[in-house]
Design a protein. Sequence first.
Length: 235
Amino acid sequence: MADVLEVRGLYTSYGRVPMLRGVDLVIPKGQVCCVLGANGSGKTTLVKAILNMVKADRGSMFLEGENIDSWPTHKRVEQGVTLSAAAVGTFRKMTVDANLRMGAYHINNRKLLSQRLAEIYKLFPVLRERLNQKAGTLSGGERTMLAIARAVVNHPKLLILDEPSLGLAPIMVETVFAIIRFLCAGQMSILLVEQNAAKALSMASTGYVLQKGAIVFAGSVDALAASEHVRNPVI
């Protein structure tokens, strides 16, 4: 099966401080790949580097086999790499409807846009009930769902979910991961970046562990679940 994204030998830094150190990562098309790691391990830096929000010092990336090193962030998004991140959140002063339409800004066909929005309302019925409500007035779980909905409205080639369970109550974590499981069943290519190892491993097929900016494990989730990196994680 072809790979949707391949990262080779990725190095990044903030000023003179090294962040990612030779990261290699492959996300097979139609599968879920999880990246686990403690706070400060480099997970969010990796996400930002994939979207060129953090410049790479060295390394290369390939989207469906095509080198994207020179692509700016907006082109990577337009070509199907989308992000739903707890740290980014939503446009809080805009309505739910406006947020969704911002996610679909480059769909120029009205009929297609209506179809995509109808799919979103079916998957996220609570958002349809709140279309004219400002995003800032939603609960934390509802904002997470809106962020995911805005990312998937374009049917992305790769959906990056950065800490979707962050700050949520347990019952809302279950709801959010049920939605992710539905997306997995539809064979959407997903990079799931999480601290909640049990949830991530329950739906991924391959996994990586980041420690201090370096990959210390790469393999199947079965092997990862049995490894010391999950049973006795380094903080």
